[in-house]
Design a protein around this ligand. Structure first.
Ligand code: GDP
Ligand code: MG
Length: 162
């Protein structure tokens, strides 16, 4: 079976946009509203001659009370089934408390993690990406999933981890 690469992160950081960018077509549902992707969705994907299974997740949603974030069960399952993980952070927003919670979960999973600093749409956003070194997950890869900027370098790193 092909290796599995899971895309995780809190809602609205651009996970599904990144999935579409990697697939080269609009298959994953992208929404301005958080929490649209609720399940794990798997897609056959290819990069640099390697075939793998790409998994989009709904990520970490606000609970019913809306008072705090909880770890979405399906995202946890996706991590447990993955060979490597791309953790997507909104670099324009910067690391949030929820991001920190996800980092703890990813560390516990012991899976290789590639850090995607998304929404770096131009050179002026590079500093936002650099700030994500503070998450302690190694090099943040500056990416614009929307425009395709930096996704090649991100995928090269993911292939090394896979
Ligand atoms: P998800 O909830 O993590 O799957 O996020 P989506 O892929 O649905 O995207 C949420 C919103 O962020 C949408 O309005 C996207 O167009 C926007 N978005 C995603 N990637 C980027 C990016 O690289 N730059 C900018 N400016 N917006 C982005
Ligand atoms: Mg999504």
């Amino acid at each position: 079976p092909n290796p599995v690469l899971a895309i995780v992160g809190r809602p609205n950081v651009g996970k599904s946009t990144l999935v579409n960018r990697i697939l080269g077509r609009r298959e994953a549902v992208v929404e301005d509203k958080p929490g649209v992707t609720r399940d794990r969705v798997s897609y056959p994907a290819e990069w640099a001659g390697r075939n793998f299974t790409l998994v989009d997740t709904g990520g970490w949603e606000v609970d019913v009370a809306g008072m705090e974030f909880k770890v979405a069960e399906q995202a946890e399952v996706a991590v447990s089934l993955a060979d490597a993980v791309i953790f997507v952070v909104d670099a324009a927003v910067g690391p949030t408390a929820t991001d920190e919670r996800v980092v703890r979960l990813l560390r516990a999973s012991k899976k290789p993690v590639v850090l995607c600093a998304n929404k770096v749409d131009g050179p002026s956003g590079e500093a936002d990406a650099t700030a994500l070194w503070s998450l302690g997950l190694g090099e943040p890869h500056p990416v614009s999933a929307l425009h395709g900027r930096g996704t090649g370098d991100l995928l090269d790193a993911a292939m090394k981890a896979l």
